[in-house]
Design a binder for this molecule. Structure first.
Ligand code: PXG
Length: 436
């Protein structure tokens, strides 16, 4: 019987276009997907920035199967299972030393909501309940729940959803093609954009501001690297004014930049850090918030009896997710995958920048195993029409890429080999040459 495509309402998808011409995946292993027709597709995006160790790793899939057979589910409120503690402890070994506690969620969006609520709870517990304002950044992406949508800064994701949350403001974004186009790694210009926070502090007064949330590398908006000195400056201003700094590391975590987290890569430690995706190699949904010891202690000590933080999810620290995450960490550690993005980065960078002279390319950006190719918008056509054409050509040629607006974003599994980087370059180059 032919598959009925009607009932499934697909997320972040043009449902009408997809259902006219579906792209289906059936199987995955290592660096590749296979379609139901048996076509092999090189995974240039690690699924959606999450399958960092490559697909269907037996150690991880076996750990999930064994856990499902042993104990499928355990309530996380007022009871626990040992792997939840083991996993939190293991994660702290890869975190900056002051981030000593981990709160589990089911996704990146929930990690963001949890981090925003922990920041508010911290100020309240610390006698500063007047700090309620949350600051995000233009072009930021922090998932799709109400808090994340409100602090997020991608216009198309916000405009459908009313007034979202009161008391939110945004820093300016850091994208500056005029000064920084074709930068390799961190762009040179733009550290002063962090001073935008001083402007918002003058406007609202620091005593009203709870937290600033940024992605160290803005992913969904098209892979924008932080200008040199920008994150350091943001850290300094937050510390000076008692504002909680949250790094949303949902895509930068677990080796994407060549260190466990962007915090180590850029040598800037936030007070709270969100993570998801690569935490289980994408196998089982899971997110987490890592917390500075002072934030954790302040909240815990404020309530000597009873529940200290009335927050959590039915699936917090789900046994299958914990089993997957522990096996994922074993894999990352054994294969040194947290440093692999930096050892592969020179080849990756050269491949990307070799595309710089092709038609309509107006910027190439890269860091670790992240890449972005920005195209000139097509006059009179919907935003992103050129990038989507490249996406379709790559799909036909057996390569999976992502597009956002006029940017093609790349983030392959960290196990990628040099030959596969070369293959990606060939397919991208052919697709770009065909553009009109
Ligand atoms: N924060 C960041 C920085 C993200 O990148 C989320 C939060 C939300 O995570 P969940 O697990 O709730 O989806 C994300 C998600 C893209 C793309 O094309 C990126 C994400 C999701 C969908 C598409 O770059 N990141």
């Amino acid at each position: 019987m032919p598959l009925n495509l009607d009932a499934y309402w697909m997320p972040f998808t043009s449902n009408q276009a997809f259902k006219r011409s579906p792209r289906m995946l059936e199987r995955a292993e290592g660096m590749h997907y296979w379609t139901p027709e048996g076509r092999r597709i090189l995974d240039g995006t690690a699924g959606l920035w999450c399958v960092n160790a490559g697909h269907a790793r037996p150690r991880i899939t076996q750990a999930i199967a064994a856990q499902a057979a042993k104990m499928d589910y355990a309530p996380p409120f007022q009871m626990a299972h040992a792997d939840a503690f083991r996993l939190a402890e293991r994660l702290t070994q890869h975190l900056p030393p002051t981030l000593k506690h981990v709160f589990f969620t089911t996704s990146g969006s929930e990690a963001v909501e949890s981090a925003l609520k922990i920041a508010l709870a911290y100020h309240r517990a610390n006698g500063e309940a007047h700090r309620t304002r949350l600051i995000g950044r233009e072009r930021g992406y922090h998932g799709v729940n109400f808090g994340g949508t409100a602090v997020g800064g991608m216009g198309p994701n916000r405009k459908w959803f009313g007034s979202q949350m009161a008391g939110v403001d945004h820093l300016r974004h850091t994208h500056d093609l005029g000064r920084n186009a074709f930068s390799r790694g961190q762009p040179e210009h733009g550290a002063e954009l962090a001073d935008d926070l001083e402007r918002l502090i003058s406007l609202h007064d620091a005593s009203t501001i709870a937290a600033v949330i940024v992605e160290p590398v803005a992913g969904s908006t098209g892979a924008l690297m932080p200008p040199q000195g920008y994150l350091q400056r943001l850290r300094q201003i937050c510390s000076q004014h008692g504002i909680v700094l949250i790094f949303d590391e949902v895509i930068t975590g677990f080796g994407r930049l060549g260190a466990p987290f962007a915090a180590q890569h850029y040598e800037v430690t936030p007070d709270l850090m969100t993570m998801a995706k690569g935490i289980t190699n994408g196998c089982v949904p899971m997110g987490a918030v890592a917390c500075h010891q002072t934030i954790h202690q302040t909240i815990i000590r404020a309530t000597p009896h009873g529940i200290e933080l009335p927050h959590g999810y039915t699936y917090s620290a789900h046994p299958l997710a914990c089993a997957a995450a522990l096996a994922t960490l074993d894999t990352y550690e054994e294969e040194n995958l947290f440093s692999r993005a930096s050892s592969m980065s020179p080849d990756w960078e050269d491949m990307l920048h070799s595309l710089a002279d092709l038609p309509f390319v107006i910027d190439i950006r890269n860091t670790g195993l992240v890449g972005a190719i920005e195209l000139a918008p097509r006059m009179g056509a919907p935003v992103g029409s050129r990038a989507f054409e490249v996406y379709l050509s790559c799909w036909e040629a057996g390569l999976l890429v992502r597009t956002t607006g006029d940017t093609i974003a790349l983030s392959p599994p960290l196990i990628i080999e040099r030959q596969q980087i070369h293959e990606m370059g060939q397919i991208l180059s052919n697709a770009l040459r065909r553009l009109t």
